[in-house]
Design a protein around this ligand. Structure first.
Ligand code: G3P
Ligand code: MG
Length: 242
């Protein structure tokens, strides 16, 4: 069964990484939520994709220049549409509380490939553990260092290495880092890689898949999960495919 994971929530219909987009994904029966984790200036894990705040807050500077309280006072919904004025940034802890009683997987992408946040892995891991959610949490990162740090924290953790570049023996390389799964850009989905991943028993998760034809290919190859901005379309496409 291929799981439908809402990428930054149902981010085609609501501002990414907000409570509104997560609620919508849940209403659309997504199997899980993908979100991006960074640190505020005062070291609080928060959910945000870009390193800079310009696109979402229309202000200058980097996310890490602001404290959690400063970020919490900023609107992160109005850039998307007037219906979403008043949406505010969520801390990872707020997200964990929100998801606790819902039957959803958590896909936490540690955004430390551009800024290598000190202790991002351990802070995120400890919080997830404190809320008893490790068994349905899947960590992922583009950073090979970060994969290795997560592996050191707990080698039984679900860790996906994210990549948009093809390379020889991708599954073997990912495993050598300590990853348990491979998260690939959809254009890398090729029969050879599918076969290698199967041989290595490495789940393949594919991002960001929004078009029915691309979704269908992921289903055909029995990918473990797809990350999509349109969980409603993906769910329908899966039912049609079955
Ligand atoms: O986790 C898949 C996907 O989120 C990776 O890319 O840039 O959308 O965070 P990005
Ligand atoms: Mg992401």
């Amino acid at each position: 069964m291929t799981k439908i994971i809402a990428h930054r929530g149902a981010s085609k219909y609501a501002p990414e990484n907000t409570r509104a987009s997560f609620e919508l994904a849940h209403q659309m029966n997504a199997d899980g939520i993908e979100t991006d984790v960074q640190l505020s200036k005062d070291g609080i894990p928060i959910l945000f994709h870009d390193e800079k705040i310009k696109r979402i807050m229309r202000r200058k500077g980097f996310l890490q220049d602001y404290t959690y309280n400063e970020l919490k006072s900023m609107d992160i919904g109005s850039w998307f549409g007037s219906n979403f004025i008043g949406e505010t940034i969520m801390s990872l802890e707020e997200f964990l509380i929100w998801i606790q009683d819902k039957p959803l997987q958590l896909h936490l992408e540690l955004k430390n490939n551009v800024i290598d946040y000190l202790h991002l892995e351990v802070l995120t891991y400890n919080l997830v553990e404190r809320y008893g959610l490790l068994d349905r949490t899947f960590f992922s990162t583009f950073s090979t260092r970060s994969v290795q740090r997560l592996y050191k924290i707990n080698r039984d953790t679900n860790i996906g290495w994210l990549t948009s570049k093809s390379r020889q023996q991708l599954p073997l390389f990912s495993r050598s880092l300590g990853a348990t799964a491979i998260h690939i850009k959809h254009r890398l989905l090729q029969p050879k890689l599918v076969q290698q991943a199967k041989t290595e028993n490495m789940p393949l998760r594919v991002y960001t898949v929004n078009k029915p034809k691309q979704l269908e290919l992921c289903f055909k190859y029995n990918c473990d999960s797809v990350f999509t901005d349109v969980p409603d379309i993906a769910k329908t496409a899966y039912q049609t495919y079955l």
